[in-house]
Design a protein around this ligand. Structure first.
Ligand code: MG
Length: 306
């Protein structure tokens, strides 16, 4: 399953009212200061579509019972955000990133880019209302019309001050996601994405890392995460085969399991304390397999000595 399919299966509708929980992540602030390593913590989370349950309330309750402390949702409007915020507060689960989809910020036509900026601003409004970590943003998949790399980067950096100012004003952030070369060609590695965040000059422009894509694109999980540093505010977790972490051997018993220790060592060094969220498929019964995967990840975190 590719990212486009993930986006299509995770859209949240409109609904009811508000509240706060202790696990709400830090919103974007005026300065993106480095975080002390002692603040590092593993906050396990999942995309909503992966968790069993007949409605959001049930899925939140199940996730909490599995040991999760945050839930990642899809696109939503401001009313939907109020509804999610209340449901998560009632369950004692935090609202992680909103996995929104594509914002065509590097499209060849200025009109398309303007529309993308306006849509992204609306998404940031919803994310802020929900108390979410931010809005996951892919500027273009392979199939989307897009400028060539250097022109795209220049055009993007021209747009980001406006987007970043809006994000900071409402108390949210953009989370650019680097994808593997099979899905996108503009942003593939964390270091380059971090460079764009830095050059934007705005704490409202941030990024995430996805262990599935990192396994294809990065030469070192730890190095990639250190490069992202204070710009990193969300993590996607998946095995090499894009199953739950710890499930690679269910399909390929003779190959090594995807390790998370090196990347977790990086997260510890940068004092990472935002969410680490499952974005993958599950082999077997999720009610059994998600707790097993969380236990595997906790073990990998403990083995990540710094
Ligand atoms: Mg991802």
């Amino acid at each position: 399953m590719d990212r486009r399919s993930f986006f299509k299966t995770s859209v949240v509708g409109a609904g009811a009212v508000a509240g706060l929980v202790s696990t709400v992540p830090s919103p974007a602030t005026a300065e993106e200061a480095p975080r002390p390593p002692e603040n590092a913590m593993l906050k396990l989370c999942s995309q909503e579509r992966l968790v069993p349950g007949k409605n959001t309330e049930e899925r939140l309750e199940n996730l909490k019972n599995y040991g999760g402390v945050g839930m990642e949702f899809g696109a939503m409007d401001v009313n939907g955000a109020k509804d999610i915020k209340k449901k998560c507060a009632d369950a004692g689960v935090g609202v992680a990133a909103l996995c929104w989809g594509t914002f065509l910020l590097i499209a060849p036509e200025a009109e398309t880019r303007r529309k993308a900026v306006d849509t992204l601003k609306g998404a940031l409004d919803a994310a802020a209302e929900a108390g979410s970590t931010g809005v996951i943003c892919v500027p273009a998949f392979h199939g989307d019309p897009q400028l060539e790399f250097y022109e795209a980067k220049k055009v993007l950096l021209d747009l980001l001050p406006e987007v970043g100012a809006h994000a900071a004003q409402v108390g949210s952030r953009v989370l650019f996601e680097p994808l593997n070369r099979g899905e996108a060609r503009f942003l593939n590695q964390l270091a380059l994405t971090a460079q764009i965040c830095r050059d934007s000059g705005s704490p409202g422009i941030a990024m995430m890392g996805d262990f599935y894509h990192m396994g294809i694109e990065e030469t070192s999980d730890e190095g990639a995460i250190l490069s992202a540093g204070p710009h990193l505010h969300h993590i996607h977790l998946a095995s090499r085969l894009r199953f739950l972490p710890g499930q690679d051997r269910t399909k390929e018993p003779d190959k090594p399991e995807r390790r998370f220790i090196d990347g977790f060592r990086g997260l510890k060094q940068i004092g990472y304390h935002d969410y680490c969220s499952l974005e993958c498929t599950c082999q077997g019964d999720p009610a059994v397999e998600i707790p097993k995967s969380f236990a595997f990840l906790k073990s990998q975190w403990e083995q990540a000595a710094v």
